[in-house]
Design a protein around this ligand. Structure first.
Ligand code: ZN
Length: 503
């Protein structure tokens, strides 16, 4: 190959990445609009437009020229700088993912997914797993078949974990969840046995929406989110959209009879948003200007939400402000009562309503089941019984029906296997990062002063700036000198909740 060809290929590659970025931007705006107040009557027109734009995107990624360029660039990897090299390798991964599966099977699978998501909704409403069972069976058969087409090392589930958390494996996750099972399950049992439930009624009084919105903005400002380069709106389900370093949007949801929900959603999404806002500008024109994985992204939301905002130190700073904004419902509430209330542990059936301690156990249940379904040790028809047994073993409660049990999450109906573990990884990465941050910064003192600046700056330097340039294992090792280590997470949970419950 001549150098000229190689330079042309690199030029075309960068141009193509720019087009994909523009298409992503447009699609995201349609989605943002739909979630934050666009007229319902436009739903059909919007979804048609999204479909057309995705078609453009697909043709931009999958075509003979792109394939030839990618192959040429892969042959010249050592002549590329780090940004181009990682961009090319990411694009090649994406290309293989899209092309190794025969087109007709991929289309049939997509049709199955949209059908199965609809059936799931119906099955959940009727609380009838039998309705959903044949669809889930088909989805899993496709995933197993696709794993053969795509190729994998070791366990076929490795492939699906890798889609959301590059480099993570069943071996690493087994070690992680084994420690969690061994330490968090007994900790929860001790808390339940103690029977000392914190007071929470003050959180469920009358909290006007307008005042909650002000409090959310105040909190975002303290955390270090730049509202000049982003915006906060309300949607049914809170989410963050980082379409560009200079255009990062997040949502929360206000309930007028609940103070904690919107504030904690704002803290959570704010963590995601601060990550997206602080990526190095040299990555801005590339597709690397985003979080590196679901797990690392989730670590940034969890560290602000749980490790920082739900800490005793920060509450001691923020409560006086909250009491001035909501004098009546918070009358007579002291820091200790607020701290214990907002950190209350209570086993529940629904994952998205779970507290900080039991949340990871919900994820462990889904991990064990996904692994079993993929390696054949769990049969789809046995799922309701398997589910209920695990909920009983780990959380000590038994779901009344399939709707509050095995049918509660949409993920499996959409073929999203390997996604759930990243939620627990996020909390574990957060604890590991906070541990190492604590060696350099007095975190408690900063939070007690409401001074997030040193904490956010540390995360900017260690995590945010790299965007997707460093992959999760590499990034965590670079910052902490070791790979994911569940010890820090379990230590953190034991210390925090033993303190709250006086164990
Ligand atoms: Zn999140």
């Amino acid at each position: 190959m001549t150098t000229g060809n190689f330079k042309d290929a690199l030029h075309r590659f960068k141009e193509g990445q720019g087009k994909i970025k523009a298409l992503n931007y447009a699609t995201s705006m349609l989605f943002w609009d739909a979630s934050t107040g666009a007229p319902k009557s436009g739903a059909d027109a919007r979804s048609k437009s999204i479909g057309t734009l995705s078609g453009f995107g697909y043709r931009e990624v999958v075509n003979e020229q792109t394939e030839a360029d990618l192959n040429l660039l892969i042959d010249h990897l050592d002549e590329l700088d780090e940004i181009d090299r990682v961009s090319v390798l990411d694009a090649k991964r994406e290309y293989d993912k899209l092309t190794k599966i025969p087109m007709d099977e991929f289309q049939a699978y997509n049709e199955l997914i949209s059908k199965s998501a609809m059936i799931w909704e119906d099955a959940k409403e009727k609380s009838d797993f039998k309705m959903f069972e044949p669809y889930l069976e088909k989805v899993i058969n496709y995933l197993l078949k696709f794993a053969e087409y795509r190729g994998y090392e070791g366990h076929p589930y490795n492939l699906y974990i890798d889609d959301f958390e590059p480099g993570m494996s069943v071996d690493q996750l087994n070690v992680f969840f084994d420690e969690l099972r061994g330490r968090v399950v007994p900790l929860l049992k001790k808390i339940i046995d103690k029977g000392d439930a914190p007071e929470v009624t003050f959180l469920k009084k009358d909290y006007p929406k307008q005042k909650q919105d002000e409090a959310s903005r105040k909190l975002l400002g303290l955390m270090g989110f730049d509202l000049e380069r982003g915006m906060l709106k309300e949607s049914v389900h809170p989410f963050t959209m980082g379409v560009d370093i200079d255009d990062v949007r997040l949502t929360t949801h206000y309930y007028e009879d609940d103070l904690a929900s919107a504030l904690l959603s704002t803290a959570h999404e704010g963590g995601h948003a601060i990550y997206e806002q602080n990526i190095d500008r040299k990555l801005q024109p590339t597709l690397l200007a985003t979080g590196t994985s679901n797990g690392i992204h989730e670590s940034q939301s969890r560290i602000y939400e749980n490790n920082f905002c739900k800490s005793h130190a920060f509450i001691s700073h923020f409560l006086p402000y909250l009491k001035s904004a909501f004098p009546e419902p918070l009358e007579g509430i002291d820091v200790e009562t607020f701290y214990r209330g907002i950190n209350k542990v209570e086993p529940s059936f629904i994952r998205i309503e779970a507290d900080e301690l039991t949340y990871s156990l919900h994820i462990m249940i889904r991990y064990e089941i996904e692994l079993g379904l993929i390696d054949g040790t769990i049969k789809v028809k046995d799922l309701p019984a398997v589910w209920n047994q695990k909920v009983k073993d780990y959380l000590g409660i038994i779901p009344k029906n399939d709707a509050e049990g095995v049918l509660q999450d949409v993920h499996w109906s959409e073929g999203l296997f390997g996604y759930f573990p990243t939620y627990a990884l996020g909390s574990a990465y957060a604890a590991q990062l906070a541990h190492y941050m604590g060696k350099e910064i007095d975190i408690e003192a900063c939070l007690a002063n409401g001074d997030f600046a040193p904490l956010t700056k540390w995360l900017n330097e260690k995590v945010h700036q790299y965007g997707a340039l460093k992959k999760p294992n590499e990034l965590i090792e670079l910052i902490t000198g070791e790979r994911l280590n569940s010890k820090y997470y379990c230590d953190y949970l034991e210390e925090k909740f033993s303190g709250i419950y006086g164990l």
